[in-house]
Design a protein around this ligand. Structure first.
Ligand code: HEC
Length: 103
């Protein structure tokens, strides 16, 4: 009983301490990840030598926030980039702030 109670209390403590930052997406982390994992391939695939153009080209694929999440997740999973869901959320936040600007 005591152990279970202690475990529950420490769980709550962890939640209370950890929750505030982890709910807000980290745009800077998204930017860093984007440079490290995404930019190069997009620059090559677009043939323009600039990995940002893929997001702003006239016939871009992403037209709404759901689609943005889907594409980030697709590139991550398909290409086995091994990003955590938190990283995907940070990337979505960065790409949206920088390029897509969905509300
Ligand atoms: C090995 C190559 C490669 C890597 C690495 C890669 N992508 Fe992509 N990505 C592509 C290609 C190719 C497309 C274009 C798909 C199309 O036009 O149908 C694309 C398209 C996208 C789009 C949609 C752009 C639009 O048209 O609006 C998003 C968003 C995206 N990638 C996110 C990411 C993110 C985030 C990462 C890094 C975690 C990443 N990609 C890494 C190849 C890659």
């Amino acid at each position: 009983m005591f152990n279970k109670m202690t475990a529950t209390l420490s769980f709550i403590a962890v939640l209370a301490l950890g929750s505030a930052p982890s709910f807000a997406a980290d745009v800077n982390n998204g930017k860093t990840l984007h440079q490290a994992k995404c930019y190069q391939c997009h620059a090559e695939k677009s043939g323009l030598g600039n990995g940002d153009i893929i997001y702003t080209r006239a016939d871009r694929k992403v037209k709404d926030p759901a689609r943005l999440k889907f594409m980030v997740s697709m590139c991550n999973t398909e290409l086995r980039l091994d990003l955590f869901p938190e990283d995907e959320a940070d990337l979505v936040a960065y790409l949206n702030q920088q390029f897509y600007k969905f509300k």
